[in-house]
Design a protein around this ligand. Sequence first.
Ligand code: HEC
Ligand code: HEC
Length: 494
Amino acid sequence: MSRNILRYTSGSYILLLSILSCLALLYACSTPKPTKVTDHALATVEIDETVYFPTPSGDDVAVLPGAYEIKTERYGIRLIAEEGTETESMLIEAKATNHGALIPRPMALMLSNKKASRVITLLRPNSERWDAWGTTRSDEPARAAQRFHILNTEVLQHLDTRKQARAIIPQFSLASVSVRYKDSKKSHKGKKLKTTWRLPVNDTLNSGSFTFTWRGYWEKSALQPSFIPSKVVDLQNLVKKKQCCITLTINGEEAPLTRLSFGKRGTLLTRVHLDNVRVQTWPKTVKVIVTKGKKTWESAPTKIYAKAISYYKSVLHPIFSHDRCTTCHALGTHDEIVDMHQYRIGIEKFPYEFDPEARPQNPTFCQTCHNASNLGNEWVSPLAEQNIDWKGMDAIHVCRKVTGPFTNKGGEVGPPLNREQFTYYFHKDPRTLWAVSDGLTPSGKDLRVPLSNKLSLWFRKVDPWVEAGTPCPSTSKFFHRQRETLTEKFFPRK
Ligand code: HEC
Ligand code: HEC
């Protein structure tokens, strides 16, 4: 069709058309879009580390670890998160060739060249082969990734090996997985996908108690299960004595069991305490092996991907968005300071309408009233130019603001606060401490505070977040746009 246009139309028409198609392309690939998948014969690819791919619109996207279904489109391949449940998808650039083999249904896998380059290779029954190259490096353009080539025969061999491994029916298979964190009664349950699992995992807390239950198996077309763990005498003895022989491995390493019992419907319940379990440390592969004399029962290695639970959103945002924090952060100008005080305590008690000293970042003035000994001389409100009035904003935006570039009281934009500075703000800054647990005003009124007289609880809540590098919730659990211009949100408003 494009050739026809070239032959029969004027130059301006071509220009218009190409602008339109560029716009359409940009729209199609610039945001993750909701997708409903009905075609069940899609190949799935497992991506175990963050990989950056170029998109047809010219920018890069970070694809986070997970299992993705693949669909081909005119300009590349579309990755569909969560294996076809109704969620998000992203189009990435890919090149089509031929594979010339007979395959019954589409198959895909990710291969590496032992360096940073990665390729998703998709083989379709119609003999099409699609390759999408990417890189694990965030510091170079994804398009610069080395395009190493793998022969058709090698790809088929990899697929065959995988098929054989999956054909073995293991005695145990994972029936459920859940995690529970200290100080929390809630347990988060994992969800089974086609060949992998997805478990909600905290982005901040680094240790937790994980429960894996294992069911036996059903022989094909059998009326009842052929193997129910709780019904096997050998297993009953091993579980009763809580001794040896029942091993759980995580990424090939044995994890000591903190609980061993039979669970619901005759399953074998294993529980372990794990450290180093923040969301970036997944996927993890679990496996259970039971040996008794010469007998062994085992599961297939089962891969579990993580889905981030935002600690900031669930634990800290209720505090950051509390009136005690936002009221002061909203006093960025003379007028705002005067209005708030006159509204609350009357014009007579705050007759500074024309006093230029009634302004933000002016401790000497504020101290004439806010002079409690625990406040020192730091009772000030931030300048509007510092742009940290986050009243009414959602968790993602407040978090990004707080962890983004810091604007000082001179209006200069600098790097984000570092760990020491955060620790200072949260542990020592008299304004923060006042807002979290004190709330006493110059008029003697006790204002409502989030954690009245519970500073140690505040530290317990905020410290792990600083320790984890102040992670923020994200809009997508699967795709992140690269080179996002974060800065504009933090520069002083014009
Ligand atoms: C009395 C006024 C006041 C109160 C109350 C207050 N703050 Fe602030 N806050 C400030 C000022 C002023 C600054 C800017 C400090 C500077 O210029 O160095 C600031 C800065 C911050 C920063 C650093 C901002 C950045 O861009 O990194 C954080 C985080 C913060 N406040 C959190 C809080 C939290 C959370 C609360 C409530 C628990 C709170 N503040 C209560 C006045 C206040
Ligand atoms: C004339 C005395 C006086 C001066 C000067 C004064 N304040 Fe206040 N301020 C008060 C009183 C009294 C209250 C308590 C109002 C109430 O009871 O709701 C108050 C409340 C506040 C609050 C509200 C706390 C909350 O969370 O609701 C903030 C923030 C505040 N002042 C900031 C400042 C800043 C910043 C300055 C200096 C620019 C300043 N004040 C100067 C008397 C004063």
